[in-house]
Design a protein around this ligand. Structure first.
Ligand code: GRF
Length: 226
């Protein structure tokens, strides 16, 4: 059974594009374990909606992102199994995160719990990382709870911070890793290989490929020194 995924996005939609590329149309004999079946935004002008339209994926623009009942009804109407937030800037209301516990994922362009929370999005995250003088940032994929960038972490991947980095250069390097990691995690959760246990722990295996294949993401830049 192919899991039906709803992607929530407020902006450009490059992570949506990466998810569509990765999950793609089911090519025999490998039936897709998941497919993007709905794209939701709080902004009618979001680039992600145009990407969805190009791929023939139904879209919905929320008139009130804080209306949890309407959100639950929308997800039920489209028979959604899993929600993937991809640059969605509104908080998911608690009357959604509770019943959807373990079925909403988010990708954040830093190593949570550092550099996360309200107002920490876009270039602000990378500026804070550079200002802090850390030498490693990265990507975090986590289950969503009622707080920004706060739920149980599923996967993280390191990205080096170079001494001459600008927020733009760092954002591009982190985004490339997001585009590799997020689709893998979304597919693994959709296929049931990774799940949130009742005790709040995350169980499962992320990569079917040997770990070395996973570490190919490391090639996104050599660690900095000085
Ligand atoms: C990404 O950096 C993601 O980590 C953050 O918002 C950005 C979305 O970018 N949550 P895009 O719209 O997917 O290009």
């Amino acid at each position: 059974m192919t899991a039906r995924i709803a992607v929530f996005a407020s902006g450009t939609g490059s992570n949506l594009e990466a998810l569509l590329r990765h999950l793609g149309p089911p090519a025999p004999p490998r039936p897709a374990s998941a497919a993007v079946s709905l794209v939701v935004s709080n902004r009618a002008s979001a680039g992600a909606l145009a990407i969805a339209a190009r791929h023939g994926v139904p879209t919905s623009v929320l008139s009130d992102p804080s209306d949890g009942r309407a959100l639950v009804a929308l997800l039920a109407h489209h028979q959604i199994d899993l929600v993937a937030l991809a640059g969605y800037l509104k908080r998911i209301p608690p009357d959604v995160t509770e019943p959807w516990r373990g079925r909403i994922l988010n990708v954040h362009p830093a190593l949570l719990p550092a550099f996360g929370g309200p107002e920490m999005y876009g270039a602000r995250v990378h500026q804070a990382v550079i200002d802090a003088g850390v030498r490693v940032t990265g990507v975090t994929v986590h289950f969503v709870d009622a707080h920004y960038d706060h739920g149980p972490i599923v996967a993280q991947w390191p990205v080096p911070v170079w001494s001459d980095d600008t927020p733009t250069a760092l954002a591009e390097r982190v985004l490339r890793v997001e585009h590799r990691l997020y689709p893998e995690v979304v597919e693994a959760v959709a296929a049931g290989r990774v799940a949130l246990e009742t005790d709040g722990r995350v169980r499962g295996r992320l990569f079917d490929a040997p770990v070395t294949a996973a570490f190919s993401l490391q090639n996104e830049g050599s660690p900095s020194c000085g």
